[in-house]
Design a protein around this ligand. Structure first.
Ligand code: GLN
Length: 539
């Protein structure tokens, strides 16, 4: 038996292919352990060399998830917060880039004078420090997910570091969970265990024997598969679990894992008491999600990356959450905003509401602006987020305030009417990485506004990621023409929410509300928006 330790560690690795849903699986484990009364923290280690994903295109990386303390991170952290009912921080995501940057900065400072700086031990030691950095004195369990797929050259230092880490803390204090794939070969009519055997053998070659196998599969596993996997992967049979494709929603994953008692087996290995599991509210939420009483509403999301599933992940999830609270299925119509020659009437005629998400750069802007004009003029509920707010301001300036050349500094710094301008704090910023206005900031709401009605409180906190803002020189002309600035920074300097009076629901915010919505606690603005969509559908 290993010496008792307060904080236990679960390391989650992935084998065979990427996109297995490692993040969702890890987050589901966090949910179950939390619901058994343990204080859980989550972390992801990403093998790529960017210091953070903030400078990557959504084509490369999908959504950039922003933490309360302003870190630009991997989208899996969104799953961690939505499932795990926990808050992630800067310590929840480290990349190889950040780890190398730390080590190399120390090397330049002279901290290693006289020594050769090497992957082992210097990089692996730094990885272990990062792993430990998330632990506080009241943390019971840390779940650390290793990005990438076992067998990738890039992830080797991480695997070596977690091997060492578990060696140091002892078996009963740490566990290796390996998520793998059992592909179904149609021609043979069989599910295959060989790729999993091979990925476990790569792990074993580097000294990691997985304690638990979770097998992703399209069809149920048979006894024969469990026997084979147990024998060849050297994992006790009761610790070989199946994670079948879910029927309706990713939020079913924790329930499926709980049915197989994955969580209690893990607790036993970690020498922790099983405690009882309390998930009635989650099951009720699932029921509302799967069998909604109020049918379907269709919401158009008009963005530059609409066709990429991962680019607006948190927005799509937040819409689903709001649907749960209104007992309605939200069907999302994804529309690419490069629609310069198509009339919005064509793709908006059968939708109940329109959302324009955040983004960067000028591609697709005119399509978004025309979409917003159509929604405004036709009383279609509209929700603008970040760039979506900026486009709504430009649209109103051009078409209602008659400032025909209105635009944002981001698209044309020399234009006559920069109704969206670079924030004062951004004017001397030259570096791109991690330099936007990032993380949580307070905002004060105007009583009587739609925003106030949604939140039901005066002071809110929301997460930001932007460089540009409403230009205060144009506030008066915009409000004279009926625009309401219903959310402002406490010093009154920054417009955080705008809305329109003579419209059923036209609200836009400079922050990203999608980072604070969970299935059990849908975000107030998304709730208000989906309710408005429902009303529009029935009108
Ligand atoms: N590109 C805009 C800005 O930097 C909007 C950013 C966003 O939508 N996240 O202000």
């Amino acid at each position: 038996m290993s010496s008792k330790r307060k904080t236990k560690y679960i390391f989650v690795t992935g084998g065979v292919v990427s996109s297995l849903g490692k993040g969702i699986t890890a987050a589901s484990l966090a949910f179950l352990l939390k619901r058994r009364g343990y204080n859980v923290k989550m972390q992801k280690l990403d093998p790529y060399l960017n210091v953070d994903p903030g400078t990557m295109s959504p084509f490369q990386h999908g959504e950039v998830y922003v933490t309360v303390d302003g870190a630009e991170t991997d989208l899996d952290l969104g799953h961690y917060e939505r499932f795990g009912e926990l808050i992630c921080t800067k310590e929840s995501n480290y990349t190889s880039g950040k780890i190398y940057l730390n080590v190399l900065s120390r090397e330049r400072r002279g901290d290693y004078l006289g020594k050769t700086v090497q992957v082992i031990p210097h990089i692996t030691d730094e990885i272990k420090t990062c792993i430990r950095s998330i632990e506080t004195k009241d943390t019971d369990i840390v779940i650390t997910e290793i990005g990438g797929t076992v067998g990738d050259i890039e992830s080797l230092p991480f695997l070596e570091a977690i091997r060492q880490f578990r060696q140091e803390i002892g078996r009963g204090n740490g566990i290796f969970v390996h998520l793998t794939l059992l592909p179904y070969i149609k021609a043979a009519g069989e599910m295959k265990t060989k790729p999993s055997q091979q990925s476990v053998s790569i792990l074993r070659e580097i000294g990691i024997q997985p304690d638990v196998l979770i097998c992703r599969c399209e069809r149920p596993m048979e006894d024969e598969h469990r026997d084979k996997l147990s024998l060849f992967c050297n994992v006790p049979r009761p610790l070989v679990f199946e994670e079948m494709d879910v029927e309706h929603s990713i939020y079913e994953v924790p329930v499926d894992l709980a049915k197989q008692k994955v969580d209690t087996h893990i607790l036993k290995h970690l020498e922790l008491k099983p405690r009882s599991l309390e998930i009635k509210d989650w099951n009720k939420m699932l029921k509302n999600l799967i069998e909604p009483k109020n049918g379907v509403v269709t919401i158009a999301v008009v963005g530059k990356y609409a066709s990429l599933n991962d680019a607006y992940k948190s927005i799509y999830e937040s819409l689903t959450h709001a649907g749960i609270s209104s007992k309605v299925t939200v069907e999302i119509k994804k529309i690419e905003s490069d629609i310069d020659d198509v009339s919005p009437a064509r793709f908006l005629k059968d939708v109940d509401a329109v959302l324009v998400p955040g983004g960067f750069g000028s591609r697709g802007i005119e399509g978004k602006i025309r979409t917003i004009k159509y929604a405004r003029e036709n009383g279609i509920p509209f929700f603008g987020i970040c760039l979506g707010l900026q486009c709504a301001i430009i649209e109103y300036s051009r078409n209602v305030c008659k400032l025909r050349k209105a635009t944002s500094h981001e698209f044309n710094p020399d234009a006559k009417h920069l109704v969206i301008d670079l924030m004062e704090s951004q004017k001397n910023v030259t570096e791109k990485g991690g330099t936007m206005r990032l993380g949580s900031y307070p905002c004060d709401l105007k009583k009587g506004s739609k925003a106030y009605k949604a939140y039901k409180q005066e002071r809110i906190d929301e997460r930001h990621r932007h460089r540009y803002e409403v230009n205060n020189d144009y506030r008066e002309i915009l409000s004279d023409k009926g625009m309401i600035f219903s959310g402002l920074s406490p010093d009154g300097e920054l417009v955080e929410i705008m809305e329109l009076k003579n419209h059923p629901w036209f609200v836009a915010c400079q922050f990203h509300p999608e980072f604070q919505s969970t299935p059990l606690s849908p975000h107030p603005l998304f709730k208000g928006f989906v309710k408005a969509a429902l009303k529009h559908r029935d009108s």
